[in-house]
Write a protein that binds this ligand. Structure first.
Ligand SMILES: NC(=O)c1ccc[n+]([C@@H]2O[C@H](COP(=O)([O-])OP(=O)(O)OC[C@H]3O[C@@H](n4cnc5c(N)ncnc54)[C@H](OP(=O)(O)O)[C@@H]3O)[C@@H](O)[C@H]2O)c1
Length: 287
């Protein structure tokens, strides 16, 4: 059965494609334009289309059995998601695995969480067999912090001091592929979490050790953080991500031992740690 992957040219979707291929699945990626040579592994089909163009999505779903649905954080995320879901229903797909977010129901004031919660509600209501994946903060977000960590020596993400849930996107991709290639995951909602919580001071200490220099946590001045992000991203993005991070700080975003045990059982191995991700990333930077 062939699986359509949305977001297959991005970070998580790209990893999902690899995990599906490892398990022998046939894969088609929906892409807005032809990916550069070598961007996708050999044997992956490409359907050119846009999640805002229902006709192109319907075309991409011809001959497809299952869907991995990932939507970028965009202002019309909910519309894009419901177009894909509505067409999946219309053409009779056998399964949709949807990428949501951890604690989606506790951050209904955060625009992209509210979109994802609405999509989860549709999945539960309208009958297509589904699996929902709810990942925490992506450890791989921090691979983009090289300039701040190796330059001024700042860990700039305002993730607070209490400890939040983070996941390695490789574990997320494995979970997605498992849900799409094995039986027993219909109607399940999986929290995708790492083995331990991460915090601003904790991550600063990890990077200090790995990079051999003092890294300081920049703290959590949310007004300043939103203002800075507005310089390189649309205002609505800065608002949305600030609301999320401030929500983590005010209300907490911690995972539990029970959730770690459930991920371990799903993956068949313990989830990867932030320490492992950071150590691999530091080695790459040094090389
Ligand atoms: N970062 C985190 O800590 C975190 C945590 C939990 C959940 N999430 C969720 O993870 C998702 C982002 O995953 P990611 O990091 O893999 O994203 P990403 O690397 O930014 O990739 C986004 C993908 O979406 C595609 N796309 C965007 N607009 C499209 C459209 N109109 N039609 C078709 N495809 C479109 C992009 O294709 P192009 O190549 O054409 O641009 C790209 O493949 C979001 O839903 C976010 O809420 C993130």
């Amino acid at each position: 059965m062939k699986i359509l992957v949305t977001g297959g040219t991005g970070n998580v979707g790209g990893a999902v494609v690899k995990e599906l291929l490892k398990r022998g699945a046939k894969v088609r990626v929906l892409a807005r334009k032809q990916p550069e040579e070598g961007k996708l592994p050999a044997g992956v089909e490409v359907a050119i289309g846009d999640l805002l163009d229902p006709a192109s999505v319907e075309q991409a779903m011809q001959g497809i059995g299952k869907l991995f649905l990932l939507n970028a954080v965009v202002a019309d995320e909910l519309t894009q998601a419901l177009i894909a879901y509505g067409i999946a229903r219309r053409v009779g797909l056998k399964h949709v695995t949807y990428l949501s977010v951890f604690k989606v129901d506790q951050f209904r004031d955060v625009p992209h969480f509210a979109s994802k919660l609405a999509v989860e509600n549709a999945l539960r209501e309208f009958g297509v067999p589904y699996t929902i994946l709810r990942p925490g903060y992506y450890m791989q977000n921090d691979a983009t912090l090289k300039a701040a960590l190796t330059g001024p020596g700042i860990y700039p993400m305002p993730i607070g001091t209490a400890g939040i849930c983070a996941v390695d996107t490789r574990d997320l991709a494995e979970a997605a592929a498992i849900s799409l290639t094995q039986d027993g995951h219909d109607g399940q909602t999986y929290d995708l979490v790492g083995p331990t919580l991460i915090s601003g001071p904790g991550n600063a200490a990890t990077w200090s050790r790995l990079l051999g220099r003092e890294i300081k946590y920049a703290g959590h001045n949310f007004d300043q953080w939103e203002q800075q992000l507005r310089g390189r991203a649309p205002g609505w993005t800065a608002f949305d991500l600030r609301a999320m991070l401030q929500g983590y700080f005010d209300r907490g975003f911690a995972s539990t031992e029970t959730e770690v045990a459930r991920v371990t059982a799903l993956l068949g191995h313990p989830p990867r740690s932030y320490e492992k991700f950071a150590s691999e990333t530091a080695t790459l930077w040094k090389a």
